[in-house]
Design a protein around this ligand. Structure first.
Ligand code: NIG
Ligand code: FE
Length: 416
């Protein structure tokens, strides 16, 4: 089955045709290779070829989509989400408006523990239905690859339930999904005074059982004051590596905790959040392969300081953006809105922001060979925008979806 997209106003490759870069860093983040007035041919689930309309192939496709006046981009690669959860936490949202901080809510047994209570009460089938609904909704906004974490079980049964829901989503959804074990998200109530006991449970029981069922691709730890400190994080990351689970960790959200340096030391695929980043963190990221992943949607929703994206990019490093979609700190998986926040608050240019959530998002999930750019042989996961003249219009026109059609695996999943 072949589909030809014609008259594309601008085909945004995000990677020069013929290059085989894995991610973009520093000043290269400001560049997006484009072809004006272009065509693109999809064969089955794969990008077959593309070029300028002067060379459009005739009579080769069963279906044609006329994309006149529109942009075509690679689908978003959202490398950090907690999309599987039981219930919203809008009550805590109101508490925060009234002045209670996110940390205070956590200390009094709300926050992640609140989500864990609700999740452990919910049957797996209902959790799956609610999560699938969210996944379909972010897909309609252009997300073609996504990472989803556990971390609201905080016990063997709950963590396995979450990871099995993610596995079922992998089996049933056309989106590319990576699963991360985040049992070390918070200490469950019954281990409040026995932190070592919970860490032992993760290392001796949860991790081996998750690995035996092949339920996780990565291992995450919420490395933060009041959650998991550096020695605890190191123990957990070393244990994860024994099962081949690379770290992708929550670091430096609320404090200068040393989490970034710990992630780099343990060859983390990514260190995520990074509100609290200074020279020491930037120095440690230089010369490493660890991807800095910024989650400005969470900073926006919690009203805390934003990540210093400019400093990181200007130091020659890559920046990846992800939504952090979760019921507490960022109840939105909307990438176009994330792009607007990145541009207005982090002072990233539209090109930098789009590179951060396409090619660099793919790299933060080890999907650089199949997603994140428009290249022959990669998955046909594409966004066809509404009529617009430039990439900048996407973050500019905030609150309105820029997406008209989404193609995943060569098939239109929305806007057909
Ligand atoms: O990435 N910071 C830790 N974890 C999540 C939030 C979890 C929650 O509040 O439910 C985050 O922000
Ligand atoms: Fe998170």
């Amino acid at each position: 089955m072949r589909t030809l997209i014609t008259n594309i106003g601008q085909l945004c490759l995000t990677e020069d045709a013929g290059s085989s870069i894995q991610r973009v860093s520093g000043s290269a983040m400001a560049m997006i290779a484009t072809i004006p007035d272009a065509w693109l041919l999809v064969e089955d689930d794969i990008i077959h070829s593309f070029g300028s309309m002067k060379t459009v192939p005739e009579g080769q496709a069963e279906t044609t989509i006329d994309a006149a006046g529109r942009l075509v981009l690679p689908a978003w690669c959202d490398s950090h989400t907690h999309l599987v959860f039981a219930a919203p936490r809008d009550g805590e949202f109101v508490d925060r408006i009234k002045g209670v901080s996110y940390e205070e809510i956590a200390q009094r047994g709300g926050g992640i523990l609140n989500s864990a209570r609700r999740l452990n009460e919910m049957p797996e089938s209902e959790l799956y239905d609610r999560s699938l609904h969210r996944l379909n909704s972010v897909m309609a906004n252009g997300t073609g690859a996504i990472e989803i974490k556990s971390g609201y079980g905080l016990c063997e049964a709950g963590e396995l339930k979450m990871l099995r829901v993610i596995r079922r989503l992998k089996e049933t959804s056309p989106t590319i999904i990576k699963a991360t074990l985040l049992a070390a998200h918070a200490y469950p109530v019954e281990y409040k005074n026995n932190k070592e006991g919970y860490i032992n449970l993760i290392i001796d029981k949860i991790l081996p059982d998750v690995a035996a069922e092949g339920l996780a691709d990565y291992m995450d730890v919420f490395c933060e004051k009041g959650f998991f400190d550096i020695p605890e994080t190191e123990r957990l990351l070393e244990a994860g590596w024994k099962y081949g689970l690379k770290p992708k960790i929550h670091a430096n959200q609320l404090h200068y905790s040393g989490g970034v340096q710990t992630g780099v030391k343990h060859n983390a695929l990514s260190v995520d959040h990074l509100e609290c980043v200074g020279e020491a963190e930037i120095e440690s990221l230089k010369g490493s392969n660890t991807m800095p992943v910024l989650l400005p949607g969470a900073a926006f929703f919690l009203g805390i300081q934003y990540q210093p994206a400019r400093k990181i990019i200007d130091a020659g490093l890559p920046v990846c953006l992800a939504t952090d979609y979760n019921p507490g700190s960022c109840p939105s998986g909307n990438v176009p809105l994330l792009l607007t926040i990145a541009c207005t608050q982090l002072k990233m240019t539209p090109e930098e922001a789009i590179n951060a959530v396409t090619i660099n998002g793919a790299a933060a999930m080890e999907l650089q060979n199949i997603a994140g750019t428009i290249k022959a042989g990669k998955k046909a996961n594409l966004i066809i925008t509404k009529p617009m003249a430039s990439i900048s219009y996407i973050p500019y026109d905030y609150g309105n979806s820029p997406v008209e059609k989404v193609m995943i695996n060569g098939r239109l999943v929305s806007g057909n």
